[in-house]
Write a protein that binds this ligand. Structure first.
Ligand code: 13P
Length: 248
């Protein structure tokens, strides 16, 4: 069985006071145990040590990016080794905001995934189509191409969670319907079965992201191939706890 996974991507938000407040809310929340749902929150880099230090021990932290190879003279970047040194277990890679706004290609994202895994990080790898691509009927081709680039560079998927985040659903309030999400998750799992292995297809968690909130998470969570969420805006609010609780 695939353990439910709920990630909170705080993106480029928060002041020290706001971050402390969110952590306090999370720490006081009643949620199922770590054996039932894995919870990971991802503050901006500079808040990672603060959040890690204050956060309850059954929740974990993720960085929102890491450099594509070993650190060195790369101004403004943070390497996987630095994250490991700080005890940060997870990293989000290939988010559509970085693919689109910073021109990160599928190749580049795949290199980052491979390098982060090689250093011992666990990776939330993001994929997803734009509205234009969905309307052109090429959703599966797009997510398969993004996944294929990663599959070509890694051999062990144990420490990978795939986040399907349709670009048109991110920050728009236009959540995918449970049927739309399930369809892509099932297609993707089938693609993995055929192109990676039956074992990986059965075990890899495919989580959904894009306008998930406390009101729509329960029905989405009921879909058989949907193994959790990557939450943006709602992860900054107390309703994140309702989303975590939709695991059961
Ligand atoms: P929203 O939940 O704000 O739509 O963002 C989703 C997302 O991009 C999570 O990584």
């Amino acid at each position: 069985a695939r353990k439910f996974f709920v990630g909170g991507n705080w993106k480029c938000n928060g002041t020290t006071d706001e971050v402390k407040k969110i952590v306090t809310t999370l720490n006081e929340a009643e949620v199922p145990g770590e054996d039932v749902v894995e919870v990971v929150v991802s503050p901006p880099f500079v808040f990672l040590p603060l959040v890690k230090g204050l956060l309850r021990p059954d929740f974990h932290v993720a960085a929102q990016n890491s450099w594509v190879r070993k650190g060195g003279a790369y101004t403004g970047e943070v390497s996987a080794e630095i994250l490991v040194n700080l005890g940060i277990p997870w990293v989000i890679l290939g988010h559509s905001e970085r693919r689109q706004l910073l021109n990160e290609s599928s190749e580049f994202v795949a290199d980052k995934v491979a390098y982060a895994l090689s250093q011992g990080l666990k990776v939330i790898a993001c994929i997803g189509e734009t509205l234009e691509q969905r309307e052109a009927g090429i959703t599966l081709n797009v997510v398969a191409e993004q996944t294929k680039a990663i599959a070509a560079k890694i051999s062990n998927w144990d420490n990978v969670v795939l986040a399907y985040e349709p670009v048109w659903a991110i920050g728009t309030g236009k959540v995918a319907t449970p049927a739309q999400a399930q369809e892509v998750h099932a297609d993707l799992r089938k693609w993995i079965h055929e192109h990676v292995s039956a074992d990986v297809a059965a075990s890899v968690r495919i989580i959904y992201g894009g306008s998930v909130n406390g009101g729509n998470s329960k029905e989405l969570a009921g879909q058989p191939d949907l193994d959790g969420f990557l939450v943006g805006g709602a992860s900054l609010k107390p309703e994140f706890i309702d989303i975590i609780n939709s695991a059961t």
